[in-house]
Design a protein around this ligand. Structure first.
Ligand code: PMP
Length: 405
């Protein structure tokens, strides 16, 4: 008997694969620069560490309620009120093992076989695969103007009677672009009119730059949570740099949360209470951690933009938030997978091919590392792609020889 056709068709996560490749190269002593990374370098915030440690010290590590520890849900309700200006009930909240699992459980709860989910390119790599894993059909809307945000008319044209949901990630992984209030307002109104679920992936929502203000999709609707089709996902991975805690959550209508809770009960039972305690510590602790991270990322973004501006032939839109940007390298090589492999082999710089995000010809570069990673990483890329540069350089002890693409 063979393996499941559906499971066999699911692609490997390209970002996790690249992380592994970079780790193996580093272990071999290679001076790899990881511009593919999707996590900040900060230490876990102290209140999160202490809160987890208390739980462990008490030896109180048993199953938690499926939808999350009541104390964490309380902290999430407060977070939602403070940041979204929305009062929600505990029955509207479910905690999962990372926002990734939150999104998967939402899709599992919403989709019937062949239901369509609209994704706007560039999109996060996991969306299409997760939709397919729930027997749905991803429908990609690619902006015709070559930009990073489709117009409403383009989204409207992609809607059919099978459209169940739209996923919106703002600011966006991989482009760093934030959707403005006018666009979000139109999107919310359109989804309400058509009875389509709007899933807001807000995982980066406070990592925004240049004085931009946080946007709450709840403000775009007069409907109450129970009658609206708005679902908001968030978590501690990006804002607090707590990727290894694996805690995310969903705020949704009660019935959706109820079904998601059944799905979670039959799969993972609950997120670890030790990690939930850590998330609670982060949410209840000093929020200056987020501001410190935001400022670091804004500074790194500025350095990255400065380096890319002087990169002949490369065009890049300045990110509004996150720790990514998505420059266009098509002047050098239209095949982003080939280009990414070339850069890893020749210059030992990890980048993520834009093709994985539905944007061929681009590379996703992360500035979540250090300023030195950014400057040296881009310098190496310039060397590898400049036909007039010296054909040999040393990276650490290793002689790197460039042959043209
Ligand atoms: N959504 C987006 C857009 C992301 O970039 C990520 C992480 N790379 C996630 C969701 C998942 O985050 P978590 O670590 O909470 O599972």
């Amino acid at each position: 008997m063979g393996l499941s056709q559906l499971a066999l068709s699911i692609a490997e996560s390209p970002t996790l694969k690249l992380n592994e490749e970079a780790r193996v190269l580093r272990e071999k002593g290679e001076a790899v620069i990881h511009l593919g990374i999707g996590e900040p370098k900060n230490k876990t915030p102290i209140p999160a560490v202490l809160s987890s440690a208390v739980r462990l010290n008490q030896g109180d590590v048993k199953y938690a309620p499926t939808d999350g520890l009541p104390s964490l849900k309380k902290a999430i309700i407060r977070y939602t009120e403070e940041n979204y200006d929305k009062v929600v009930a505990p029955e509207n909240v479910i905690v999962s093992s990372g926002a990734k699992q939150s999104i998967y459980n939402i899709l599992y709860a919403l989709l019937n076989p062949k239901d369509e989910v609209i994704l706007m390119a560039p999109y996060w790599v996991s969306y299409p695969e997760m939709v397919r894993m729930c027997w749905g059909v991803p429908v990609i809307v690619t902006p015709e103007d070559g930009g990073f945000r489709p117009r409403m008319a383009e989204i409207e044209r992609s809607v059919t009677s099978a459209t169940k949901a739209i996923i919106c990630n703002s600011p966006n992984n991989p482009s760093g672009m934030m959707f403005d209030e006018a666009f979000l307002g139109e999107l919310v109104a359109f989804c309400e009119k058509k009875g389509i679920y709007l899933i807001m992936d807000d995982i980066y929502h406070k990592l925004i730059f240049d004085g931009r203000r946080l946007i709450s999709a709840y403000k775009m609707t007069n409907k109450d949570l129970e009658t609206s089709k708005l679902i908001v996902v968030n978590g501690v991975s990006k804002l607090y740099g707590m990727t290894g805690f694996r805690i995310g959550w969903t705020v949704a209508p009660r019935k959706t949360v109820e079904v998601m809770t059944n799905v979670q009960a039959q799969t993972t039972s609950c997120a670890s209470p030790v990690m939930q305690a850590g998330a609670e510590g982060a949410l209840n602790g000093l929020q200056s951690t987020i501001e410190a991270l935001r400022l670091t990322m804004q500074n790194n973004r500025d350095v990255m933009m400065q380096e890319l501006t002087s990169f002949t032939g490369v065009r890049c839109r300045k990110p509004d938030g996150t720790f990514y940007c998505l420059p266009d390298f098509s002047a050098y090589q239209k095949d982003s997978v080939a280009l990414s492999q070339f850069l890893l082999k020749k210059a030992m710089v990890v980048t993520v091919p834009g093709k994985e995000f539905g944007m061929e010809g681009h590379l996703r570069l992360s500035y979540a590392g250090t300023v030195k990673d950014v400057t040296e990483g881009v310098a190496r890329m310039k060397w590898a792609l400049d036909p007039n540069a010296p054909s040999e350089i040393y990276i650490g002890d290793r002689k790197c020889v460039r042959d043209w693409l």
